[in-house]
Design a protein. Structure first.
Length: 411
């Protein structure tokens, strides 16, 4: 059995960061990075924003260049998929027939769009945004005056709606829930986002029960349960994502809302690790509560962390979750777990925006969230993130008082 190399399956953010970190940490053996897209690894957050609204022809926002991969002696396998993991023989078999041995293997297979199950002959022509080619196709469709329907009031749906408005489209957004951004974002922030979208011209329908999507005579027709019919030219579905676990399942690894890993990001096979959107893990800061995160920074952090543990560091992963979204001129950020809070304390920052501290039963800061256009928002969220990390219990009155410096509450 040849166990000479480290193999990373998935050339997204987590996979690339892991490969680079392996070299940075001193691994001098072989590193193979396998991606099934025939493109350089690229940044996905830009797909729903910058790429769609760019005036000039879009270009790939690469995470790493071919020159850097070559300089770091990383064997980049492009446009080939892993069809099988031979766990006993410690090798992966590619669709091309190539076999690559591994000493340690990282699965960074990401997630795929959740498909909308709906009646009607138009369901097969919905646009789902996950890959670069999806964004290019969507950008070409978003012409001035086009009638666009976005299904889903989460981050992707809202970012696409904002981009479509900026492209001169008429946009209707349908959300099945009672409000936008129901996952992980407090209602006060969701209301600010909704108001801004309505101000910009987005028609928002919450509590929307979609019954069918038909297509004919060059347009779609979406029928709601209340009898409303919405004609449009383009339908975009952004109703979440599901972890890409097919390869792991086929290989007999444990699955639990993603590839199940322990606190060291190790799967049920001690030689195989997983990182990023594809895995669920116990978070050491929150009572080992098992979670799965779909966020850019989590992919970066977990990829790098997994690299260290692949080399034997055996450190538990406990980074505070953080994510952001740009909505027109507003930026919202959330760090921590808002769903574990019982109390919310608001700090009004005036024109810069609002910050919310989320406290549990014991008064511990378990999350911080904020929205605004001021440049200092990120700084305040970062300090709040440190309060979450330290499991601090500052007085609620101090958190609410904008004249009290947040750094003073770190003591």
């Amino acid at each position: 059995m040849n166990e000479s190399g480290m193999v990373v399956v998935g050339a997204g953010e987590a996979g690339v960061r892991a490969a680079l970190e392996l070299r940075s940490l001193g691994w001098d053996g072989e590193i193979t990075l396998i991606g099934n897209e025939g493109l350089l690894p690229y940044e996905r957050p830009k797909l729903s924003k910058e790429l769609l609204i760019a005036v000039e022809e879009p270009s790939l926002a690469a995470v790493v260049s071919e020159a850097q991969l070559a300089e770091e002696r990383i064997d980049w396998v492009s446009g080939d998929a892993v069809r099988r993991i031979d766990r006993e023989g410690h090798r992966v078999e590619l669709a091309s027939g190539r076999e690559i041995p591994y000493m340690r293997l990282l699965l960074a297979t990401g997630a795929k769009p959740r498909k909308l199950e709906i009646a009607g002959d138009g369901a097969g022509d919905l646009i789902y945004l996950r890959r670069y080619e999806d964004a290019v196709r969507l950008r070409e469709s978003l012409r001035n005056g086009s009638r666009v329907v976005v299904i889903g009031g989460g981050f992707i749906g809202l970012e696409v709606a904002a981009s479509a408005i900026q492209r001169g489209c008429a946009v209707t957004l349908l959300e099945a829930g009672r409000r936008l951004l129901a996952r992980g974002v407090p209602e006060a922030i969701a209301k600010v986002v909704e108001q801004e979208h309505r101000k910009q011209g987005v028609r928002i329908v919450t509590g929307a029960s979609l019954e069918r999507i038909d297509k004919g005579a060059g347009e779609f027709k979406l029928r709601l349960a209340d009898g409303t019919v919405i004609p449009c030219d383009i339908v975009i579905a952004g109703i979440g994502a599901v972890p890409e676990t097919a390869l792991a399942e086929k290989s007999g690894l444990d699955i639990d809302n993603g590839i199940r890993v322990n606190e060291k990001l190790q799967t049920s096979d001690s030689n195989i690790f997983a990182a990023g959107d594809c895995c669920s893990f116990p978070h050491v800061l929150f009572g080992n509560h098992r979670i799965r995160l779909e966020a850019w920074r989590n992919a970066v952090d977990q990829g790098m962390h997994a690299a260290g543990n692949m080399l034997g560091s055996e450190k538990p992963y406990g980074v505070v979750p953080w994510f952001w979204s740009d909505q027109y001129d507003l930026t919202l950020q959330v760090a921590g777990f808002t769903d574990r809070a019982v109390t919310i304390v608001e700090r009004n920052m005036g024109e810069e925006g609002q910050i919310y501290f989320h406290l549990n039963e014991e008064g511990t800061v378990v999350a911080v969230s904020g929205i605004g256009s001021g440049g200092s928002l990120a700084k305040h969220i970062r300090i709040g993130e440190m309060l979450v990390e330290k499991q601090a219990k500052p007085a609620a009155e101090a958190l609410a008082d904008h004249t009290v410096r947040l750094k003073q509450l770190m003591r």
